[in-house]
Design a binder for this molecule. Structure first.
Ligand SMILES: *[C@@H]1O[C@H](CO)[C@@H](O)[C@H](O)[C@H]1NC(C)=O
Length: 233
């Protein structure tokens, strides 16, 4: 049976892939988005809400009727784009948590969150970035969705409209690793394409009752498997 989905963060690198992948599947008959600027893909199945005031987004999500069966959040900014860590926290942590709560209250069954790998290990667990991601993951867990899916990718490869700060050297290194050995690259990073497909693939498997648990964490290796090795489009 075809269902509906909502994608938050659809104008970002991974969110854009989630959106275009979901639009391409018969499993979804309508895909909603809530974003500041217009998402890239065009489709008769796309129902886009453009709202520049992000404090309205929870309300915009709650007013989708009937509620989407699946909500994907790939929402995240960078410290530079947000204008400091406090502002980044408001979006990456607070807004994601508020959206998850609104989704749960509206009766959304499946919540998919694109988090980040390596955030629970010392010493990176002390970084504000890690604390933001862990905080959102823990909130989603406590909301007890019928199905939650958390993706923990390593370095995200792909073309960004706004370059990642401090990233080019590291991203260059990971790309270089891929030229020597795909296996090495797979350990540290993945193309945005692979991560976005993994998110959608996992949600489809969950809808078919094939999720291994109702709080399903996809680590880097699971992301490569679902988004590339076992992905048939
Ligand atoms: C989003 O929600 C706010 C508050 O309910 C509302 O005023 C606004 O019109 C909504 N935006 C859109 C584009 O529907």
């Amino acid at each position: 049976m075809a269902s509906t989905a909502a994608v938050i963060g659809s104008t970002g690198l991974v969110g854009n892939v989630i959106l275009s992948t979901a639009l391409g599947l018969d499993a979804f008959k309508t895909v909603y988005t809530i974003s500041r600027r217009a998402p890239k893909p065009e489709s008769p199945k796309l129902a886009a809400t453009l709202e520049t005031d992000t404090t309205k987004w929870t309300s915009n999500l709650s007013s989708i009727t009937p509620p989407p069966s699946t909500v994907f959040s790939a929402l995240g900014t960078t410290r530079v784009a947000a204008g400091g860590i406090a502002n980044q926290w408001k979006v990456d942590h607070d807004l994601n948590v508020e959206l998850a709560k609104a989704a749960r209250a509206a009766g959304v069954k499946t919540f998919v969150f694109v988090s980040s790998g390596g955030t629970r290990a010392f010493p990176s667990s002390n970084l504000p970035y890690s604390k933001m991601k862990v905080g959102v993951e823990d909130s989603i867990k406590s909301l007890d969705f019928s199905q939650a899916i958390i993706l923990r990718p390593g370095i995200i490869l792909g073309h960004r409209d706004v370059p990642h700060q401090g990233g080019p050297l590291l991203i260059g290194l990971i790309h270089g690793l891929g030229k020597i050995s795909q296996g090495w690259q797979d350990k540290w990073g993945a193309e945005a394409e692979v991560i976005g497909r993994a998110a959608v693939h996992a949600s489809v498997l969950a809808a078919e009752g094939k999720a291994p648990s109702n709080y399903w964490i996809l680590e880097q290796a699971d992301i490569i498997r679902l988004g590339r090795d076992e992905w048939k489009a």
